[in-house]
Design a protein around this ligand. Structure first.
Ligand code: ADP
Ligand code: ADP
Length: 229
């Protein structure tokens, strides 16, 4: 399960300024599609529409053949996991932050998810900004570590569909590799839409869609797109 379809989707945030100008694509269940394109092209808008933060003005978005307008917010949130580029943490332990979204998870499940995301060593810590009455200070997490908290949360939630918003900020190459392997792990066997900022990071996506000014400009495998230049 988890097939995602965009059918001739048109969308404008404000009248007379179309952001998506007729977008059609399909992500078969379990496959990965990467969406690349310059800033402002409409990439994030695609993920907002899938979550139904906004509704399309024409066309349709379907999950397993069902129009998202006919799905409850609750089941949409259960079906779709998101690893954002900037993870904002709740003012509570890392373990709490991982469990958010699946509060029934056992401590053992939380620990395993944290270990897979390689943050097992500090799940009892509190993030920076948390100052208790007794003056205890929170732990300062790097951008990469925060993203791994979001990855651990997603491992635990195990949604059929995953949206990965690639970090735009420069991560050092070691961190980038660690995050990449954690992402490969969560996206395996899951329908995945990667919002990518660099073509080089999505080599193994089944299809890459190049979005420009609200239209699909090119599509194909990484190798095919490189041949086209
Ligand atoms: P990308 O993710 O490719 O950088 P976005 O989908 O974020 O692009 O944005 C596409 C266009 O929509 C941009 O021109 C942006 O300014 C505009 N936009 C995004 N969000 C809003 C909003 N809430 N209201 C009005 N315009 C918006
Ligand atoms: P497949 O389903 O084809 O095996 P994957 O789901 O493993 O493909 O992911 C496709 C590619 O996209 C992989 O190379 C993966 O590392 C990459 N990728 C996934 N998420 C991100 C991300 N947030 N930023 C950059 N690359 C990513």
């Amino acid at each position: 399960a988890g097939k995602v379809e965009f059918r001739d989707v048109r969308f404008a945030y404000e009248p007379n300024r179309q952001i998506l100008k007729g977008i059609s694509f399909e992500v078969p269940a379990g496959r990965t599609v990467a969406i690349v394109g310059p800033s402002g092209a409409g990439k994030s808008t695609i993920s907002r529409l899938l979550f139904r933060f906004y509704d399309v003005q024409s066309g349709a978005i379907l999950i397993d053949g069902q129009d998202v307008r006919d799905v409850t917010q609750q089941s949409l949130r259960a079906a779709i996991g998101m690893v954002p580029q900037d993870t904002v943490l709740f003012n509570d332990t890392i373990a709490y932050n991982i469990r958010y979204g699946r509060i029934d998870a056992s401590d053992e499940e939380v620990r395993r998810a944290a270990e897979l995301a390689q943050i097992g060593s500090f799940i009892e810590s509190l993030p920076e900004g948390y100052d208790t009455m007794v003056g205890e200070r929170g732990l300062k997490l790097s951008g990469g570590e925060k993203q791994r908290v979001a990855i651990a949360r997603t491992i635990l939630k195990a949604p059929p569909i995953l949206i990965l918003d690639e970090a735009t900020s420069a991560l050092d190459s070691h961190t980038e590799q660690e995050i990449q392997s954690a992402l490969d792990l969560v996206s395996r066997d899951r329908t995945t839409i990667v919002i990518a900022h660099r073509l080089s990071t999505v080599i193994s996506a089944d299809e890459i869609i190049v979005l420009k000014e609200g239209r699909i400009e090119e599509r194909g495998t990484h190798a095919a797109l490189l041949r086209m230049g």
